[in-house]
Design a protein around this ligand. Structure first.
Ligand code: ADP
Length: 472
């Protein structure tokens, strides 16, 4: 049994912008079930949704970052037997928004997340002493940096090991080198083997440099990030540290995502009885204002509209898609360019395309349940969760064979394309439409998808083994 303290900037259902939150909501309880002693450190943003009243467990935690001192209290809330320590520091997190607001990223994010690491280390000192500190993404990446520099030699931390999980290498937390002293760091860590990146401070690079182990959220992505195409400038650095880099596929939380019990969908169904899925499709077409043609294949998209997600390919083949006998429903938000494109498709072909711009938990479930196919044409995808949810909902994924998409979808449970090109995507869509035309075979495929099991307990065992190896 290991004691593990996780540090992250999001966790479902408290605060979420993407897959990281899903992992932080599900992995800790799964580890707890597997016998590990786990706790989580999370910022107490304004508007954070706590499931139960939080209990104050520490008043005035000493959180100092360089010249700053932040008034900080710690609250504890339990979720599925895991304590989540909520770092309540109004000057840092007392504003709406996790990373930013309408005018962009908060300008003090380097301080906000450096403070998260300091708070985590003070929680180690006063509240929860782990064998392993498990940091997630750049927002938690200064934890090992402080541990191996500022806090080096402090007997409190003796023997504690660190693991960094990279959920997305595209976000590294890069800031001007002049912030070094404001972060309370010195030249001992600011060099090419540390957190320096061509004169800048790179939080994630620091995390990679000073963690005892590093993993990504799928085996394939762990290999890809060591190549120039997917390395975002850190591929060489990662290659030089390849011995400590591994991949562990994310699981999914079937208590949240199962068509048998999902409270968000109008009709429940299972592989044995798919009639409810047709009802979900009817309701979804109605909700999205599309013609109630139940025999026409319906493709769903739920996503952040980011460069990573490959929607420029959808733009490229919009005319061809409109000429096919299909309908498309889209839920997402992000880059204005893609919001505009999808709005434009919907307004020019309201009989085929429907789009909802925004973030909508309930609708994301209804799209999973009501669609026949689910589209993820990602440029890169560290793991991807929606294609795995789709499998469980019998919604056949059409994916680009990259990262976790390639690891989770195989022949017989989806349609893949390899080249990052519109014609390749179109080929995969057409293959799916052709398969759909034979309903008997299609239903077989749907059942094969639904039988796939990506529960967290498999991944939890892999993390457990990694913790054991680290703390040996
Ligand atoms: P990423 O973390 O890169 O955004 P993932 O596939 O790992 O991608 O996870 C995305 C998660 O966020 C899924 O749970 C998905 O349902 C959810 N999601 C993304 N966009 C929306 C949206 N507009 N409304 C509701 N949920 C969304």
């Amino acid at each position: 049994m290991s004691r593990v303290l996780m540090v992250a900037s999001e966790a479902a259902p408290f605060c979420k912008t993407g897959g990281l939150a899903d992992v932080m909501g599900a992995l800790p309880p799964a580890l707890r079930q597997a016998g590990e002693d786990v706790a989580v450190v999370l910022p107490g943003y304004t508007g954070i949704k706590l499931p139960a009243p939080a209990r104050e467990v520490w008043r005035d935690l000493p959180v100092r970052v360089g010249p700053h001192r932040f008034r900080t209290d710690v609250y504890e809330v339990q979720q599925r037997e895991v304590p989540y320590y909520i770092v309540d520091s109004p000057a840092l997190y007392g504003r709406p928004g996790i990373y930013g607001d309408a005018s962009g990223d908060f300008i003090d994010n380097h301080i906000r997340f450096a403070a998260l690491s300091i708070a985590a280390l003070q929680i180690v000192r006063f509240l929860f002493r782990p064998d392993v500190i498990h940091c997630h993404d750049w927002q938690a990446s200064l934890t090992p940096v402080y541990l191996r520099s500022v806090f080096d030699g402090d007997p409190t931390f003796l023997g504690i090991r660190t693991l960094l999980t990279i959920h997305n290498l595209g976000y590294q937390g890069r800031f001007g080198g002049w912030f070094l002293s404001e972060l309370g760091l010195g030249l001992d860590v600011f060099h090419r083997d540390g957190l320096e990146y061509f004169g800048d401070i790179d939080f994630l690079k620091g995390g990679i440099a000073y963690s005892d182990a590093v993993n990504t959220v799928s085996p394939n992505y762990a290999r890809e990030i060591q190549t120039p195409e997917f390395g975002f400038g850190l591929d060489g650095f990662l290659r030089s540290r390849a011995a400590k880099v591994t991949g562990i596929l994310n699981g999914v939380d079937y208590s949240e995502w199962s068509p048998e019990s999902d409270p968000h969908i109008p009709s429940h169904y299972s592989a044995a009885d798919l009639s409810g899925k047709r009802e979900c499709k009817r309701a979804l077409l109605e909700e999205m204002g599309l013609p109630l043609n139940l025999d026409r294949p319906l493709i769903g998209i739920v996503s952040r509209f980011a460069f990573q997600k490959g929607f420029d390919l959808v733009e490229e083949i919009a005319a061809e898609l409109a000429a096919e006998d299909l309908a498309l429903v889209v839920l997402g938000s992000g880059e204005p360019r893609f919001e505009q494109s999808f709005r434009h498709f919907a307004s020019t072909r309201p009989d085929r395309f429907a789009v909802r711009i925004g973030y909508d938990e309930g609708l994301s479930h209804r799209i999973e349940a009501g669609s026949d196919m689910f589209l993820m044409p990602s440029r890169y995808e560290p793991c991807g969760l929606n294609q795995i949810y789709s499998l469980r909902y019998g919604t056949v994924p059409i994916v680009r064979a990259t990262g976790g998409l390639d690891d989770t979808i195989e022949e017989g449970t989806g349609f893949k394309f390899w080249d990052y090109a519109g014609w390749a995507l179109l080929g995969a869509v057409r293959a799916a439409l052709e398969a759909y035309a034979n309903q008997l075979r299609w239903r077989e495929m749907v059942r094969r998808c639904m039988a796939k099991d990506f529960s967290w307990n498999v991944s939890a065992e892999a993390y457990k083994a990694l913790f054991a190896r680290l703390s040996r």
